[in-house]
Write a protein that binds this ligand. Structure first.
Ligand code: FE2
Length: 273
């Protein structure tokens, strides 16, 4: 199966990059399933019905989220009504959190893809143990038995915690991607057990910015310790940034993984098929 997962779409320019480039990439790379992290899609903070529709219309099959999942009030009902949106699975199980932390999708030709979203605990809001939640979701739809492919989006700040999650899932997921830091890492590889891994996909946003936001206010806060305005998404041309993964249909494990970067400031790369 051919999969692509794209990093955190930031604001209007991020959505525009997805709309401009994803339809062509779906054909060029013969993609069977596409996941987009959308937790910053609505003006940099959260997701709305309209911004989700923009991404689905462009060719996303599933949208994952993260710490900004609830920034827009309408997300509370949106997540209960559309199972294509996946929020972190490691919210406390006894709280009435809307939506689902994992979903088993079916492609047009009948293959099944498990998508789960988890959030790290290092330098993040406290949540339940993401490793316990990963264990629960992976064992509910074992790769190669119930799921033809398993995609894990681990939304976290610390590279150590994200790498640990990669090895924790190795051999049981097709791919584990890190999101949230908005800067792409160059450590994409296939782990010994056959799981494709990258510490961070990078954002789909304008890189002439401070992780997607206009530079002025973050710089002011760093240099003066004072807040004097809101963070606003940068609006220059975005780079669509993500990972292409090919899997073995017999096992669901990865046989190939390569970065994708199209548009905007970063160096351009699209896998050659
Ligand atoms: Fe985030």
């Amino acid at each position: 199966m051919r999969l692509a997962i794209f990093g955190d779409v930031v604001g209007r320019t991020g959505r525009k990059a997805v709309a401009e480039h994803l339809p062509g990439l779906r054909g060029r790379l013969a993609l069977d399933f596409v996941v987009v992290n959308a937790e910053n899609a609505a003006n940099g903070f959260g997701i709305t019905r309209g911004t989700a529709e923009d991404l689905f219309d462009a060719g996303a099959d599933a949208l994952t989220l993260g710490n900004h999942a609830w920034d827009q009030a309408e997300a509370l009902t949106l997540l209960d009504n559309d199972s294509r949106l996946i929020r972190p699975a490691n919210y406390p199980q006894d709280l009435p959190i809307p939506g689902k932390g994992a979903n088993l999708f079916h492609t047009a030709d009948g293959r099944s893809v498990l998508v789960t979203n988890l959030m790290g605990r290092l330098y993040m809001d406290p949540l339940d143990d993401p490793f316990v939640a990963a264990e629960r979701e992976l064992s509910a739809a074992p790769l190669g038995q119930v799921a033809d492919a398993v995609i894990v989006d681990f939304h976290g700040e610390a590279t150590s915690e994200k790498t640990a999650m990669g090895f924790f899932c190795d051999g049981r997921a097709s791919v584990v991607v890190g999101t949230h830091t908005h800067v792409p890492t160059s450590d994409h590889r296939i782990l010994p057990g056959g799981t494709a891994y990258i510490t961070d996909l990078g954002m789909t946003g304008d890189y002439d910015s401070i992780i997607g936001m206009d530079k002025e206010e973050p710089l002011r806060r760093f240099t003066t310790r004072l807040r004097s305005g809101r963070f606003t998404p940068a609006e220059g041309e975005a780079t669509l940034s993500g990972l292409f993964v090919e899997t073995d249909d017999r096992t669901g494990l990865a046989t190939r993984c390569e970065p994708i970067r199209v548009g905007g400031l970063l160096s351009q790369v699209v896998p050659d098929l």
